[in-house]
Design a protein around this ligand. Structure first.
Ligand code: ATP
Length: 576
């Protein structure tokens, strides 16, 4: 040890009595008091290193014991329970639920009671004192909201025969826009709803796109379109006038008629045009929200599930209205869920669905809120309760196109900007005139009552037999499909005969001599009747009845004419 260190604590000027000095320091001080050169001092200095080593060892041992003590304390102390904070019924007191039982308990003063949120997890000690805030649980059971009760409670469950429960909303859900049908996550004690989960079933499940669809894109349906405009457009656009005259407005309308004749198209056109007009009237950027519901999809074997879906659909529509959209509820094959009991083998479901649908509909204030459009091939099967005044009292027939209607529909799809076969345009006044003439010729053949166009034989109850021709079952869908097939043939030819010498594909496409020809359209028309599923695959009369416009009660038998022979000689349409 050096002399320097001998002088140690006293020399650096720190007051020795202000802190506890170590054994070694005390030793150094004692040694320093002995005169230098004395034997005892020399011997003591020699001992110092040993004392220092011993002291270090004792320090290490003490530290280890302390650590062990901590471990023993941890492994032997009881676990804290986790509860759910329900509220603060009195000052400094909390109400919690732990393992299904409720407790009034105290709170560790280090925890701010005011900061605890309803539904949050809390740590409680043996005395059930809240000693920690663990925040909201992130996992747990999920259930469906059956009903929203006031601002702070929800009824859940009642699905598949389970008991329903009333839950409180957690602080997280206090302001959430909950509605019947929503999925919510609840705490393990089933006391508090904690989180709203986006359910794929609700919201956008039924959403369908509405393209740009001015009324002119619907061909041959002037009467139906006029009826819709009178029933829906006028009351919406002249609301004050209707109120002044106290004129009842319907909640929507029923479109009925044979398949493929434009019911869905008209539904979408209604949504497009009406929203556009409302936008113009209000100046607000309103968008349509078109919910396309297929009746049979609603039928569900689970008890109460179909009803829940109906509730959910209406709730979504109302919610969308609140968000600023104009909701349209388009229910396809409406007779399957809104039919009379004889209409369906699901008669027990219908007996609750129909009244429920009526209640939901009655809950809608006006057209301004939600527009309901029902579509059906068999309007005669729809329950009269649905069609009462104030509900859906406008029944609009969507007819099969006659020759004039078919002309209009062909013209919608055979637009001026498509490439046509050069032979078609030769000698014509204009391209438009050439297309009109082409359509005229097509219709002459397609509407001719000649043998090759004969399709069905219908036997009536009176015993009379009537022949039906292809044009008797023509529809907008068939015409649209014929044009698509013809386009496909022209494209295929264009690929086979590229314009020589033009490298750029864009240039080549423009210069291509191939276009839609009259033969393409005629071949496509034949192929459509033989290859497509226009005609029912079975011989069940019910299926065939949907196709034709006869009163079902009057028809005894429907037989396809030589269908098999024709199918054997299928034309090669060359569709791509
Ligand atoms: P379903 O009863 O089978 O549901 P639908 O009457 O609803 O049939 P749509 O789905 O509207 O028929 O028609 C199918 C397609 O046929 C439309 O998307 C459209 O391309 C075409 N189409 C049908 N009718 C017309 C029409 N009147 N004008 C223009 N296109 C039409």
């Amino acid at each position: 040890m050096s002399d320097e260190s001998n002088q140690g604590p006293e020399d650096n000027g720190s007051p020795s009595d202000e802190r506890e000095i170590s054994l070694l320091e005390a030793f150094d001080r004692a040694v320093a008091l002995l005169p230098a050169g004395e034997l005892a001092r020399e011997q003591l200095v020699a001992l110092r290193a040993e004392i220092e080593a011993q002291e270090e060892m004792v320090g290490d041992a003490r530290e280890m014991i302390e650590r062990l003590e901590q471990v023993i304390k941890k492994v032997t102390s009881p676990a804290n329970r986790i509860g759910i904070f329900l509220g603060s019924p009195a000052r400094d007191t909390a109400q919690i639920v732990v393992g299904g039982a409720d407790y009034y308990c105290n709170v560790d003063p280090r925890i701010s009671l005011a900061r605890l949120q309803k539904g949050t997890r809390v740590l409680v000690n043996e005395a059930y004192v809240i000693v920690g805030d663990l925040g909201f649980e992130t996992a747990g059971p999920v259930t469906k909201v059956a009903e929203v009760l006031g601002t702070d409670r929800l009824r859940v469950g009642a699905e598949h025969g389970t008991q329903s429960l009333v839950l409180q909303r957690s602080a997280q859900l206090a302001k959430a826009p909950l509605k019947a049908g929503d999925d919510v996550r609840v705490d393990a004690n089933y006391r508090v709803a904690l989180e709203l989960l986006a359910s794929p079933q609700s919201r956008d499940h039924y959403l369908d796109v509405v393209p740009e669809l001015p009324w002119e894109k619907v061909g041959g349906q002037q009467e139906a379109l006029q009826a819709i405009r009178d029933a829906i457009e006028l009351p919406l656009l002249h609301e004050e006038l209707f109120q002044k005259f106290q004129h009842a407005t319907p909640k929507g309308f029923l479109l009925y008629g044979p398949p493929g004749c434009g019911k869905t198209l008209i539904g979408k056109a209604t949504a497009y045009n009406l929203t556009k007009q409302l936008r113009g009237k209000s100046g607000a950027d309103m968008r349509e929200y078109f919910m396309h519901i297929k009746g049979p999809e609603i039928l569900n074997m689970w008890v109460g599930e179909s009803e829940r879906m109906v509730r959910e659909i209406f709730a979504t529509a109302r919610e969308k209205r609140r968000e600023g959209y104009m909701p349209f509820l388009f229910i396809d094959e409406a007779e399957s869920i809104l039919g009379t009991r004889r209409a369906s083998r699901y008669s027990s479901i219908l007996s609750t669905l129909v009244p429920m649908f009526c209640t939901e509909m009655d809950g809608i204030d006006s057209l301004n809120e939600v527009v309901i459009i029902l579509a059906s091939n068999r309007a005669d099967l729809i329950d009269p309760a649905i069609l009462r005044p104030g509900r859906i009292d406008r029944k609009i027939k969507v007819n099969r196109p006659n020759k004039e209607g078919a002309r209009e529909i062909y013209r919608i799809y055979l637009t001026d900007d498509l490439p046509y076969d050069a032979a078609l345009l030769e000698g014509a006044e204009s391209k438009a005139a050439a297309i009109d003439a082409l359509i005229g010729r097509l219709l002459e053949t397609q509407f001719a009552k000649k043998e090759e166009n004969r399709l069905l034989e219908v036997t009536l109850r009176s015993g009379r037999k009537e022949a039906l021709f292809r044009s008797d079952v023509i529809s907008g869908a068939i015409i649209a499909s014929v044009v698509e097939r013809a386009k496909g043939m022209a494209i295929k030819r264009s690929i086979a005969n590229p314009v020589a010498g033009i490298a750029d594909p864009g240039e080549r496409a423009r210069a291509n001599p191939e276009g839609i020809s009259e033969a393409d359209l005629q071949v496509a028309y034949n192929a459509e009747y033989l290859e497509n599923e226009i005609l029912p695959a079975t011989d069940i009369t019910e299926d065939w009845l949907k196709l034709i416009d006869y009163d079902p009660d009057n028809v005894v038998k429907i037989s396809p004419v030589r269908l098999l022979d024709r199918a054997k000689s299928k034309p090669t349409s060359g569709v791509i």
